[in-house]
Design a protein around this ligand. Structure first.
Ligand code: NAD
Length: 499
């Protein structure tokens, strides 16, 4: 069996703790590798080396750092198929979807090629007699990225791109379920010219995360994962004086207005509800048709299309719509939640629980499921299911539908399907959710905007990637400088204006 490594000081490093976690191929249910789980001692060695490497990297001019990003981006592009294969093998998503995972990460690296412009400071000459005032953005030092299983390439790239381009060193702690992509990316970054030590990949579980959160050298923590862990990490990092931004789970609603193009809305729900087996933080898990007529027509269109969805291993070719879920435990949890929906009175219109795929009987597959007549008190509505389960909550009016979204604890993404500009505009303006789609089901902003949810979908300040990420990974220093030619000034004991 393959034994995976950490990436420390520009080299593969075997684990020394004797603790490992199994890595599965979710399509077959087989253990394909084991990943070492690091201890605080191994982490300390990685941080020590990162701290030394960061000094030279921060002193490298931003344009040279951007050139490393340029070569890194090119290498990611050239190795797209290799990276997608790694993603699919450990995660289970289809190859076209895995390429999308790599691509959306690559796009953030592309923005990082423009880092010098994003790192510029401000300058005011003659702010007072002989006085110039300027600000500069400086890297924080050694920062950490802690990432989830569901985007093995994209989210590590969202973390490492801006942090490194800004002159930091990063300790990346990828999900122990999908560790190989991060190691492959670290190797490509080295090939692109990133100095050894600037990026360290340390694998592990809660033990290593806690060690990261408590280590005094780590200046900032960028986390993505489930809400309870996001909230925990935010609290512990902040109480240790670190900058933290922690992105959590989601329950994304899509409103379908009576005037919506129902065929387009149906197709949107298929992709956004079931793509990647529903394991996306921007997946639509709740459809909110407005009016019973809209709801009936929507269900009528959805059912035959859902029943035609093809579920299978990524190796079965491009006509597979989605693959397995990540673990046996996830599969069992999803099936349990479906049973709870039935028990609580929701109407299970399509039941995906008993899917068996010949030759892959031990894979962690869940077929697509559709619930109608779901109500907000049900567990299937309150919980983030993170599986291929779409719930329809019928709303009587637009205001009721809007209130449903507003009252939900999560605020990552939402969408509205309508032909009416005023309704769409009202929704976008009033809804308390971070990312909004108008006739667009998964509104993940492009890499030169920023990504982030509201409410329990994010803790801390500033969004991921784009200009916000450069603010998060730098601190501002402001200099007030005076030169004395022609200026007569005595001692000033009072606080006063510069003029
Ligand atoms: P997770 O919270 O289980 O794990 C995320 C990371 O935290 C992993 O690296 C894991 O090793 C670590 N971790 C897990 N338990 C921990 C603990 N008790 N203490 C310290 N660290 C711990 O999340 P996941 O299952 O890997 O990912 C799925 C979740 O991520 C979903 O809730 C999804 O909505 C969310 N997500 C959010 C976004 C976003 O940007 N808001 C993006 C992608 C995924």
């Amino acid at each position: 069996m393959q034994e995976l490594c950490h990436w420390i000081d520009g080299k593969e490093a075997k684990g020394t703790t004797g603790r490992f976690s199994d890595v599965f191929n979710p399509a077959t249910g087989e253990v394909i590798a084991r990943v070492p789980l690091a201890s605080a001692t191994e982490l300390a060695a990685a941080i020590d080396s990162a701290e030394k490497a960061q000094i030279g990297w921060a002193a490298t001019n931003p344009q040279r750092r951007a050139r490393v990003m340029m070569r890194f981006g090119q290498l990611i592009h050239d190795n797209m198929d290799m990276l997608a294969e790694l993603v699919s093998r450990e995660h289970g998503k289809t190859l076209p979807d895995a390429r999308g995972d790599v691509q959306r990460g690559l796009e953030v690296i592309e923005v990082c090629m423009g880092a010098p412009a994003l790192l510029k400071g401000e300058y005011t000459d003659n702010a007072g007699p002989g006085i110039d005032l300027y600000s500069m953005r400086q890297p924080l030092g050694v920062v950490a990225g802690i990432t989830p299983f569901n985007f093995p390439a994209m989210i590590p790239l969202w973390k490492m791109g801006p942090a490194l381009a800004a002159g930091n060193a990063m300790i990346l702690k990828p999900s122990e379920r999908v560790p190989s992509t991060s190691i492959a990316l670290a190797k490509l970054a080295q090939e692109a010219g990133l100095p050894d030590g600037v990026l360290q990949v340390v694998n592990g579980d809660k033990e290593i995360v806690d060690a990261i959160l408590d280590h005094p050298t780590i200046q900032a923590v960028g986390f993505v994962g489930s809400t309870p862990i996001a909230q925990y990490i935010y609290g512990r990092a902040a109480s240790n004086g670190k900058r933290a931004q922690c992105f959590g789970g989601a329950k994304n609603h899509m409103l379908i207005m009576p005037d919506a193009d129902l065929d387009k809305a149906t197709d949107a729900l298929l992709g956004a509800g079931f793509g990647a087996a529903g394991e996306r933080c921007m997946a639509i898990s709740v459809a909110v048709p407005v009016g019973d007529e809209t709801a009936d027509a929507l269900i009528e269109r959805l059912v035959p299309k859902i029943e035609k969805l093809k579920v299978g291993p990524y190796t079965a070719g491009d006509d597979v719509d989605f693959g397995p879920v990540i673990t046996k435990a996830a599969q069992e949890r999803i099936n349990r939640l479906i049973a709870s929906g039935v028990d609580e009175g929701a109407k299970l219109v399509v039941d995906g629980r008993d899917l068996k795929i010949q030759g892959y009987e031990n894979g962690f597959f869940c077929g697509p499921s559709l619930f109608d007549h779901v109500t907000p008190d049900m567990e299937i509505y309150r919980e983030e299911i993170f599986g291929p389960v779409l719930s329809s909550v019928r709303a009587k009016t637009y205001e009721d539908a809007l209130k449903l979204v507003m009252d939900n604890d999560y605020g990552n993404g939402t969408a509205i399907y309508t032909a009416d500009g005023d309704t769409a505009r009202d929704f976008a303006s009033r809804v308390n959710v971070g990312m909004v789609g108008v006739n667009f089901p998964i509104p993940v902003p492009l890499s030169y905007y920023t990504f982030g949810g509201w409410k329990k979908s994010a803790f801390g300040d500033l969004n991921q990637y784009g200009p916000d990420a450069f603010r998060f990974y730098t601190k501002t220093k402001t200099v007030t400088a005076r030169w004395f030619s022609g200026i007569k000034d005595g001692a000033a004991l009072n606080f006063k204006a510069l003029d």
